[in-house]
Design a protein around this ligand. Structure first.
Ligand code: SF4
Ligand code: SF4
Length: 395
């Protein structure tokens, strides 16, 4: 390997990357459209892919519903670090006379013919896929879930990519005999909206590698679960961290799922906010008081490197209980007397028993920083006050 590749990798590692690899435009050529780096940089010749690992203890506390916010804050800190690494790599490449693009980490999707704006999107194909780059660069392989799975950290990683016009020597993908996914299929058991089918597969080819992975349900299905519009598993015994519940089971047909997703997005207060993380993800990540609202990702969180740990993670999830909203904006585990209350936004919300009094509502300290939570809390407080006034005519 010549010194340019070594220097770039060393720089990424010094800045905190745990894994780093390089691939080329030529190697990505056989991949799906989102593997083409020329979409973002027409002069692209190479891609540097890098990964940071999530804090494993925080992941376990998150999936067990012992604590919610540390994992969210860990994701934000990691995203800041990934942006910083990508910026420094880009500066280094530009100083050497090359073009370079630090690919946005999330929420950048290719336009869809049928969608006038984000609220009407249902495909969610990224401008450039960090996963395909990481596969081609030898960082990991696609697991049954479709997530990038590494030998060192399982799927508990976040990815970044820098696309450049520099011609760099590519690394080789991880060979089949060293594939880090052992097909335990536990990822298919921890998705509350049953996105990941256990038995039906399809194939994806990138960089000369063919992956056989789950044929997942349409992307709008994950969007509904991961955005938190529906958090309850079909067993009704556990949920992700979302306190929201749709009145009906998710439809099977794609057109109906897509239509539901659009309805939910159009009613979501977050989508009315001109400054949301969809319009500028990087800005959100570096805004000090922006909270990285994470309610799912359970398919990734379950996927630790060893099967024993994955089994343990699966048990944590299915025994974690169901999430409820607190009127201070936090989420907690629902108690036995929790009730589901209708909201004007589509899904109902689960409220814990000890929150069902306006007096407690007024003492809330943390102003739910996610727009849907914030609006729902304002709605609930109003309802609770009205109910108290009716029951106490002297007020
Ligand atoms: S949970 Fe198991 S089957 Fe799913 S991606 Fe991870 S290792 Fe593969
Ligand atoms: S992120 Fe959540 S909703 Fe989406 S596929 Fe994974 S487990 Fe399912």
């Amino acid at each position: 390997m010549d010194s340019t590749e070594t220097n770039l990798k060393s720089l990424a590692l010094r800045l905190g990357a745990k894994l780093v690899g390089i691939t080329s435009r030529d190697r990505l050529f056989d991949g799906p459209p989102s593997a083409d780096p020329r979409y973002l940089l027409p002069t692209a010749n190479s891609v540097i892919s890098f990964a940071l690992s999530l804090d494993r203890d925080m992941v376990q506390d998150f999936i067990a519903k012992r604590s919610w916010r540390p994992h969210c804050e860990n994701r934000k800190a990691i995203a800041q670090r990934l942006y910083t690494i990508g910026d420094r790599l880009s500066e280094e490449l530009r100083a050497g006379g090359h073009d370079a693009v630090n690919v946005d980490l999330n929420n950048n999707y290719r336009p869809e013919d049928a969608a006038a704006d984000l609220t009407e999107m249902t495909e969610f194909h990224p401008d450039f896929s960090h996963r395909y780059a990481a596969l081609a660069a030898g960082i990991g392989r696609l697991g049954w879930s479709g997530n990038l799975v590494t030998r060192e950290y399982g799927a508990l990683v976040e990815l970044g990519s820098v696309i450049t016009s520099a011609r760099l020597s590519p690394d080789a993908p991880i060979p089949d005999h060293d594939h880090p996914c052992d097909r335990c299929k536990l990822c298919s058991l921890v998705c509350p909206v049953e996105m990941i089918q256990a038995k039906v597969s399809h194939q994806v080819s990138v960089a000369g590698v063919t992956e056989t992975i789950s044929r997942k349900r349409p992307n709008s299905c994950c969007w509904i679960g991961c955005s938190g519009y529906q958090g309850l598993a079909s067993s009704s015994t556990w949920s992700n961290w979302s306190p929201y519940r749709l009145p009906q089971p998710l439809p099977e047909k794609r057109e109906e799922l897509d239509a539901l997703c659009i309805r939910l997005q159009k009613a979501d207060p977050q989508m009315q906010d001109a400054n949301n993380s969809f319009t500028n993800y990087r800005q959100a990540i570096f805004t000090p008081d922006w909270f990285y609202y994470t309610v799912c990702g359970f398919c990734r969180c379950v996927c630790a490197p060893s099967r024993e740990e994955r089994r343990a993670n699966h048990r944590l999830i299915i025994n974690s209980g169901c999430a409820a909203l607190s009127l201070d904006g936090s989420h907690k585990v629902a108690d036995e007397k929790a009730v589901e209350i209708a909201t004007p936004f589509g899904p109902g919300v689960v409220l814990s028993h000890d929150e069902q009094r306006a007096g407690e509502a007024r003492s809330g300290a943390w102003p739910g920083q996610f727009p849907l939570d914030r609006e729902v809390i304002a709605h609930l407080r109003q309802q609770l006050r009205s109910a108290e006034e009716k029951s106490d005519p002297t007020e």
